[in-house]
Ligand binder design. Sequence first.
Ligand SMILES: Nc1nc2c(ncn2[C@@H]2O[C@H](COP(=O)(O)OP(=O)(O)O)[C@@H](O)[C@H]2O)c(=O)[nH]1
Ligand SMILES: [Mg+2]
Length: 456
Amino acid sequence: MPDTIAAIATGGGVSAIGIIRLSGEDAIKTVSRVFKTQNGTPVEELPDRKLVLGKLYDRKGRVIDSCLLTVSRAPGTYTGENTAELQCHGSPLVLAEGLLALFEAGARQAGPGEFTKRAFLNGRMDLSQAEAVVDIIDAETAEAAVNAAGQLGGAVTRKTGGIYDALKGVCAHFHALIDYPDDEIEEFDTGECLKTLSRAEEELSALSETFSRGRFMREGVPTAIIGKPNVGKSSLLNALLGYERAIVTAIPGTTRDTVEERCSVGGVLLRLIDTAGLRDTTDEVEKIGIERALSAAKNAELIITVTEAGEEPDAEDAAVFEAAAASGRKWLSVRNKTDIAEKLISPRETENADGEVFVSAKTGQGIDELCEKTGELFKVSPAPAGEILTNVRQADAVKRALSSVREAKQAAQEGFTPDAVLTDAEDAMRALGELTGQSVREDVVREIFSRFCVGK
Ligand SMILES: Nc1nc2c(ncn2[C@@H]2O[C@H](COP(=O)(O)OP(=O)(O)O)[C@@H](O)[C@H]2O)c(=O)[nH]1
Ligand SMILES: [Mg+2]
């Protein structure tokens, strides 16, 4: 029988309310030793899911808080076990003392993600849903949270569950053929089997393709800001971030190393990389910075070139445009310093850019338009919430399932023996089972939950 775990579930600092939660067979009995209800009802007789006022006692039996308690009994709880939650005043000291009193009353400290791990082990959610819990907590844009919430609702498993069942049907038939070769099993219809495999292939391939978008959603779009020195790259980074992150001076060559910051721009999470200005230099440090700038541009998905709005591009600007055009990545041409430009010039070299925006990093003019354009370029096209894969582990499982389905299909097409098709189809099922946790190894499960915070 799993022991009773307890943890502070809310953030570390001072807050209005702080929550201590417990889960386990003896959760309610344990909390009854440190909490007495205002109206005298014994804690163990409290109804489920009802907030009750009472007093919290420390290890020495002194009242340390007046707070609220809810108890919920198994199995209809988050963890599937008996649970209790104390809503205290949000003093870190009160919460720590309350927790220590609970330890003395028989609970032990919960490890990272242990509540959710118990929920998984007790069948309250599958593995992809459990991972969605972390994704909601870690979400940095509203879009990421909406997708994670959809996954918590089981969107990924609903999508793959149908494919899993179809493959199971194919396997059952092949098993029958192998196990009872002499029986009059309904004439095997290769056409039907191929149709099922093709449908599975199509759906898995579509799901697999959502991952590159999903990855941007979760980790951010790597974005390199490039341009010659002094055009306002660092100023642009600061304008987008809304604070003075990078050093800005009138001295060319100020930014020598790359500076990276995450920032939500037009609803899209960007990993903005400010770089050293691109120019010919003999300065050793600056040279290395320029190499890093070029390598950042190579690894970026979005390139923002910065040039001065009022000036015709010179040779250095032209080299910057050329690097962006040659990269094959999405490219936004930012024409900066509109506040001091006599007229706004649209250079011919940027015709093939994915957008041109006139801004002043100094006054903020045009920054909204830049955000909007970025949003348009990378907005995840509407997919039902949760049907975008954001998780490397899940994407890898889907990819393996896809490749096994393709092998099964090929084997069936080429008239291989039933067991050849069967082996591949079963591999695909096993890979899909990893999404829900059906066929996942214990150490992988442990690794997944170790990424959670304590108290979740
Ligand atoms: N007037 C004006 N000056 C700017 C603007 N953006 C940057 N600057 C100035 O240009 C100089 C170089 O800016 P910085 O951001 O360091 O350029 P970087 O070398 O490309 O990173 C600084 O003196 C900035 O104050 C702008 O939009 N308008
Ligand atoms: Mg700079």
